[in-house]
Design a protein around this ligand. Structure first.
Ligand code: SF4
Length: 281
């Protein structure tokens, strides 16, 4: 059986960096917290829990002056939560992805320069919640073309548009086109990270050529679900699994070619396990 594993499968740069930071801090044998689960992957979170890393639901759960390290995940947090953390006098390890950090800086600076901020993204996503917090929540979040049409911008007002890093590029362009008609002074900052797009394009290409496709990732991971949809569109025999345990190998025995991809929160170890198992069938 021919097995093709996507080169872009698994951790992106920002997630790998955050996970490595947790490993590094956990090895120092002090109390380590992550503010929210570090990634959407139960196995990784469980592995860290075994090493004593605890998940903090909110900064309020921390005691003042606690001798602990708190790691901020790659999605980032609001300025207010960052300041609350500083107030707790704990050691902060900021694993916010540098690409997300850059958006925080843009919205903060442009707000100070008098721009109205528009974020193309999903208002409930933690990354967007964090970005809003760096311009004092004085911004508009636009996710659909209908919302862009309804967005109220005064003619002549300076507007700065940024995007959630995982936002669809075509939709971003369409939203910008709608907003451009409303304002004469629009500054567009394309802050989309191409890691997601590369992964999706490669997954679709492999799925198209394969008899069956395996998509590995956490069940709560939206980027893995999206990958699954893309692959399913190209290859009817597409299977979404979290780990090797979910794989029914009997289903694959009759296939000549199998493709494998994985969401941004899937550790290399799991991808390798699945790959070698399928290969030996
Ligand atoms: S997808 Fe891009 S922006 Fe998001 S964490 Fe990964 S590298 Fe950073």
């Amino acid at each position: 059986m021919e097995v093709t594993v996507a080169k872009s499968a698994g951790f992106c740069f920002g997630v790998k960096r955050a996970v490595d930071m947790v490993y590094e801090e956990a090895a120092k044998e002090r109390k380590v917290y992550t503010l929210g689960p570090i990634i959407h992957n139960e196995q990784v979170v469980e592995e860290f829990a075994e090493k004593g890393v605890q998940v903090l639901e909110s900064v309020e759960d921390l005691e003042d002056g606690e001798d602990a390290v708190v790691i901020i995940r790659s999605h980032g947090i609001t300025k207010k939560v960052f300041q609350q953390l500083e107030g707790k006098k704990v050691r902060i390890v900021d694993a916010t992805c540098p690409f997300v950090k850059k958006i925080h800086k843009i919205v903060q600076e442009k707000k100070e320069q008098g721009y109205q901020i528009v974020i193309a993204g999903s208002a409930k996503h933690p990354e967007v919640v964090g970005i809003c917090g760096w311009c004092g929540n004085q911004c508009q979040v636009v996710e659909t073309l209908e919302e862009a049409e309804k967005c109220v911008l005064e003619t002549g007002e300076k507007v700065c548009v940024v995007a959630q890093t995982t936002f669809n590029y075509k939709k971003f362009k369409d939203i910008v086109a709608i907003l451009s008609k409303k304002s004469y002074d629009i500054l567009v900052m394309n802050t989309i990270c191409n890691a997601t797009e590369e992964r999706q394009t490669e997954a679709g290409t492999i799925a198209r050529k394969s008899d069956a496709m395996i998509v590995i990732g956490g069940k709560h991971s939206s980027n893995t679900r999206k990958l699954y949809e893309i692959c399913k569109n190209e290859c009817l025999n597409t299977h979404f699994i979290q780990t090797l345990d979910d794989l029914d190998l009997k289903l694959f025995q009759s296939f000549r070619s199998v493709g494998i991809t994985a969401g941004a929160s899937t550790p290399n170890k799991i991808i390798k396990e699945v790959q070698s198992y399928v290969r030996h069938e």
